[in-house]
Design a protein around this ligand. Structure first.
Ligand code: HAM
Length: 410
């Protein structure tokens, strides 16, 4: 029986693991610089947590959630995103007394989408969230954090930042009605999928990547016609500050995001190197969300980045070399060798033990892996309680006590 991976899932190994860890390290570095606390939540939650906040008519809720009935009849869902679980956790654990609360998290998410390059059914996200401030400085801080992180991780790649404002709740309601009317008039020209969204969720039609829909979207009402004065001012201040801080961006009036909880600022960082799954980081403001989840009426803003997509853009990283090889030339000296390895490892010296018990094979293995030193144990070494330290670059060797080897290698 050969069991294959579940469709849309994948394993991380070799370079992918090295790259995953590099991203994790960089993120924990930025979390310190920008003062975010890490939070780790369960990978499954009550289905209710996601249904309404993400949008009962959103693709994620309608088609993509991994939902199952537990034995006690509760509906549970593998988290499709991290913002709602992080807020749920902040509410459950009374973390919202001192505001703003700045949280970050990394981990797997689950969406039953059609798998393709850069799109998986289990994928990993980085999430940064700021809860409890209306100040546009929080929006800017988060955009700049994402920008700095991407520049640091992918210095050679061209990445474009797109921003938009969805205005306040009235903006979205009125815009949605106007869009619905416009699409009704143009129904026959839309794709079947977009036609099905006209009544329940016309804003989502703006997301369509189909050329016929894109054509119709060109003449659709613009969200900017529905901004309140406050929303207009917020958005123009954000643009001004980003320009002053030399952050390159473009405005994309059709940027509406795939989840329902957004208002005001929304943004995406995209690349042209990945095909259709081109968004690396997406986020925005979600001012009513914490209240909707049963918490205080506080605003919020954040973003999430897809780790798999970032890994696909990274150059290979040279792995740490397995520098010091332990070579035991005969199996009968195994016990002495294990003791030596243990002494060295307890002093934090990394030892590669290849279990070959053959000088020639072990030396060739050490060469293949680019080792710098070999510690060789044969009959004389065991008798005299010594080891031979061989410098593989200089091709010189000397018998030494273990204490002296530790001194040399530390
Ligand atoms: P999202 O746009 O659904 O937003 O996902 C954010 C990022 O996760 C995407 O830009 C992409 O890089 C990655 N991603 C999403 N789906 C997949 C997939 N099937 N396979 C691989 N990568 C994927 C959110 O999840 C929001 N919670 C972001 C947010 C945080 N908004 C405010 N705070």
């Amino acid at each position: 029986m050969k069991i294959t991976p579940v469709r849309g899932t994948h394993d991380f190994f070799g370079q992918q693991v090295i790259k995953y860890r590099t991203i994790q390290d960089l993120i924990s570095h930025y979390s310190v610089i920008y003062n975010f606390e890490e939070i780790i939540t369960p990978i499954f939650e009550s289905t209710e947590l996601f249904k309404k906040p993400l949008g009962e008519n959103s693709d994620v809720v309608l088609k993509e959630m991994y939902t199952f009935k537990d034995k006690n009849e509760d509906f549970l869902t593998l988290r499709p995103e991290y913002t709602t679980p992080m807020i749920r956790s902040a509410i459950s654990n009374n973390l919202l007394e001192k505001l703003p609360k700045k949280l970050y998290g990394i981990g797997p998410m689950f969406r039953r989408e059609r798998p393709q390059k850069g799109r998986y059914r289990q994928f990993n996200q980085i999430n940064f969230e700021i809860l409890g401030t209306h100040d546009i400085s929080a929006d800017i801080d988060l955009i700049i954090l994402a920008n700095n992180f991407l520049k640091n991780l992918l210095p050679e790649k061209k990445i474009n930042l797109f921003i938009n404002s969805l205005g306040d709740k009235n903006t979205i309601t009125n815009f949605s009605i106007a869009l619905g009317n416009y699409f009704k008039q143009n129904k026959k020209k839309l794709t079947e999928e977009s036609q099905s969204k006209i009544v329940l969720n016309p804003i989502r039609i703006l997301d369509s990547k189909d050329p016929t829909d894109i054509e119709i979207n060109l003449n659709a009402p613009q969200i900017s016609d529905f901004y309140s004065n406050e929303a207009k001012e917020k958005f123009s201040n954000i643009q001004k500050i980003l320009k002053d801080m030399s952050v390159d961006f473009s405005i994309n009036m059709n940027l509406v995001r795939g989840l329902d909880y957004y208002c005001h600022t929304v943004f995406e960082f995209k690349t042209s190197d990945l095909g259709s799954q081109d968004t690396l980081i997406g986020g925005g403001r979600y001012d009513g969300l914490t209240k909707l989840l049963g918490g205080p009426d506080i605003p919020g803003v954040g973003w999430a980045g897809g780790i798999e997509r970032l890994i696909m853009l990274m150059d290979d990283i040279k792995p740490l070399q397995k520098n010091i090889h332990l070579i035991i030339i005969n199996e009968s000296f195994k016990e002495y060798g294990l003791k030596v390895a243990n002494q060295l490892r307890q002093k934090n010296i990394s030892i590669h033990f290849d279990y070959k018990y053959n000088l020639k094979k072990s030396l060739s293995h050490a060469n293949q892996l680019g080792a710098r030193f070999a510690i060789i144990i044969g009959e004389e070494e065991v008798e005299k309680n010594l080891c031979t330290l061989k410098d593989l670059n200089k091709n010189i060797q000397e018998k030494k006590t273990i204490e002296n080897i530790i001194k040399d290698l530390s």
